[in-house]
Design a protein around this ligand. Structure first.
Ligand code: ZN
Length: 680
């Protein structure tokens, strides 16, 4: 094929994806797509799946396969040149997709097929695709005309730019901060690995001494362990003022105006489409049916969790006092004293567990778990596989009959030029093209602690949970059996249900039977001692109520922010956040804290008026896992049912139906509260 972003192997050839070829390749692909679409619009026969939708699917699939590796590289191997061309291409892609969403002729085609006699002969995945597509057209503004249509197009393009700017500001501002220490005097209290990591960070920049950055592993280590209160304050201040007008950040990276503009554009978009608020628009593609349902759900959780959270914070304050701490407990003290209290109560720290979570064993253990559950086999492939970094590995998943179900790239470590956080992204969608199945491919990306000083990488338990979580998303994408790409894997799954398979996987990090498969000392091979395991379990719900109320705070802030139509300044945003905190927060951060300026989930990502989805889906995943607790966590029948009812179904039907297929009833909140140690 002539387009350099496409090739016969399906897998991207990363070394060919050079910044200088990208724009032309994308442009010519879009041009070709547009030409083919014009010919489809002029079809002189009755619209059917095979002569209309399938050709459109193929165009979409091709564009996805070309663009996905570019988007991915921009996230994991960013460079100025790549970012520039990526930013030039984004508006082209978004313009194209806006155009598709507003194409009346295509819309008519979908409608015709939905109303035709052939409709009943289509399978349920195809019917769901049609239903989703009609909604997509509606939300894409297909019914708009004249000025409204132009305005809608402008908004879409502008929103896409604003989101990119928000993300870039955050990255640039995060990476611009560093603190170089000549010696380790201020690092008292930090575990050995963290000190070594900071030394390594300095060496990477050809510096002597220690280099502190705002990378997650670094931030967590300092805020949790540094005895030096000033140092904790310094890093807290830097972290919580990223991309704002406070603290160290260069003002050019301030996200304040971008946030206001994003909200105004979203409000306007909702109005154009006939919705009263952006939240209403957002909920069209969710399992929850209304703003009220979401708020009631969050309030119910808050009501149950707040009493426990208040007790937890009181206990923390008393403990700090008992340690001779006379001042007021500030935001930069919480993690530090919490860790000490945890030590005292449970005599367990991340450091005790890390030797039992070495990379090789954790990764192979994770594979063993899902192999047992779903009767699959995962193996590494090295031949003819190109990656973007030497640390990246590639695997394939085979079912019991030896068919390849899916493939994935695994990129575990934090490094320069890589966006923070952890995520799963789609590289290729499962698609049955005239009985030839294109198997799905995923990118699994984390920012875990890298190997230090020649030792294998040792993970904290939290990091293990992160890996399991992302792998759960990966399985959802890769174990799908749905043949239609629009609803295969995570495609077409409601936002607030999409975290079900990922959060479900986290449960396995707490089960002895599962840990036995991988938690072994990296030097001696000794299994995680029972005593340590018991401590870990007892400590599991330590302050979990605090995390719960924090998530509720973020969720309420997000949904209420998108239920307001009068946001004019950053102060309005702050006021909403403050009001939510008054109601549900037990820790009120200092006024310089500009958490909202780095809340990229809702401003740059897809979680706008949808952050509650994490908790919503957690209800589903906890509830589903309670069945495994009853029937056995490796029960093959239960695993098979979970695979058939939920994982393999993708978005081919409403998530509520998939859930009820597995559970035989509607979701209940109790298991989640129980898993968090909150009595119901
Ligand atoms: Zn997730």
């Amino acid at each position: 094929m002539s387009n350099p972003l496409l090739n016969k192997t399906v897998l991207p050839q990363f070394k060919h994806i050079k910044p200088e070829i990208i724009k032309f390749a994308i442009q010519s692909l879009l041009k070709e797509n547009r030409q083919k679409i014009t010919s489809l619009e002029e079809l002189n026969e009755e619209y059917r799946w095979d002569n209309f939708i399938q050709p459109l699917e193929l165009l979409d699939d091709r564009l996805n396969k070309a663009w996905s590796p570019v988007r991915h590289l921009n996230s994991v191997k960013s460079s100025d040149e790549l970012r520039e061309v990526y930013n030039e291409c984004l508006p082209l892609i978004s313009e194209y997709s806006t155009e598709m969403g507003q194409n009346r002729k295509l819309f008519e085609g979908y409608k015709q097929i939905t109303k035709s006699d052939n409709y009943k002969n289509l399978n349920s995945a195809q019917q769901k695709t049609l239903k989703d597509s009609l909604l997509y057209f509606k939300l894409g503004g297909v019914d708009l005309s004249g000025e409204d249509k132009k305005q809608y197009q402008f908004i879409q393009k502008r929103l896409s730019e604003l989101k990119t700017n928000y993300e870039n500001n955050l990255l640039d501002s995060s990476q611009s901060w560093e603190l170089i220490l000549e010696d380790d005097r201020r690092l008292k209290g930090l575990p050995e690995y963290a000190v070594a990591m900071l030394k390594q960070y300095a060496e990477q920049k050809s510096l002597t001494g220690y280099r502190i950055t705002l990378d997650m592993p670094c931030y967590i280590a300092v805020i949790t362990y540094a005895q030096d209160r000033e140092l904790r304050k310094e890093i807290y201040q830097a972290f919580s003022t990223r991309a704002s007008d406070q603290g160290f950040t260069d003002k050019k990276w301030n996200n304040a105006e971008i946030m206001v503009e994003i909200l105004k554009n979203r409000k306007e978009k909702a109005r154009l489409l006939g919705f009263s608020h952006y939240s209403e628009l957002s909920l069209q593609t969710k399992m929850a049916s209304s703003y009220e349902e979401v708020v009631n759900f969050l309030n119910e959780l808050a009501e149950k969790s707040l009493p426990v959270a208040r007790k937890d914070i009181k206990q923390l304050k008393e403990f700090a006092e008992s340690e001779g701490f006379k001042e007021e407990l500030m935001a930069w003290d919480n993690a530090y004293f919490s860790e000490k209290l945890k030590q005292l109560k449970y005599k367990i720290s991340d450091e005790d567990l890390k030797p039992y979570f070495s990379e090789d064993l954790v990764v192979s253990g994770l594979f063993k778990i899902v192999e047992k559950l779903y009767q699959i086999k995962i193996s590494e492939v090295t031949k003819d596989i190109e990656t973007w970094h030497e640390d990246v590995r590639f695997f394939q998943i085979m079912d019991a009959d030896g068919n390849i179900n899916g493939k994935f790239y695994l990129d575990l470590y934090a490094r320069n030029g890589k966006r923070g956080g952890a995520w799963m992204d789609k590289c290729v969608n499962r698609y049955n093209i005239n009985n030839e199945v294109q198997s799905p491919v995923a990118y699994l990306t984390c920012n875990l602690t890298p190997p230090i000083g020649g030792e294998p990488a040792l993970f904290t338990h939290d990091e293990v949970i992160t890996l399991f979580h992302e792998f759960g998303h990966g399985l959802h994408h890769m174990l799908t059996r749905v043949d239609v790409p629009e609803v295969s894997g995570i495609n077409g799954v409601e936002w607030d249900a999409v975290e079900l398979p990922s959060q479900f996987m986290e449960n396995y990090c707490w089960q002895k039977e599962a840990l036995n498969l991988f938690a072994k000392h990296y030097k001696t091979g000794e299994s995680l001692p029972e005593e340590l395991y018991q401590k870990m379990i007892r400590a599991k719900n330590f302050q979990s109520s605090l995390q719960m109320v924090r998530q509720i705070e973020f969720s309420l802030f997000d949904i209420q922010l998108h239920q307001k139509n009068d946001i004019e300044t950053e102060l309005d945003i702050q006021q909403i956040l403050d009001a939510v905190r008054d109601k549900v927060a037990v820790i009120i951060p200092p006024s310089f804290n500009k958490f909202q300026n780095s809340f990229s989930h809702i401003f740059a990502g897809g979680y706008a008026a949808g952050y509650y989805s994490y908790k919503w889906a957690e209800v589903l995943s906890a509830d589903a896992f309670s069945t495994f607790e009853k029937e056995g966590i490796f029960n093959k029948q239960t695993g098979k049912r979970f695979l058939q009812c939920i994982l393999s179904q993708g978005g081919s039907r409403p998530a509520r139906e998939s859930f009820e297929c597995f559970m035989g009833r509607e979701p209940e909140i109790d298991a989640l509260l129980r898993h968090n140690g909150i009595d119901v």
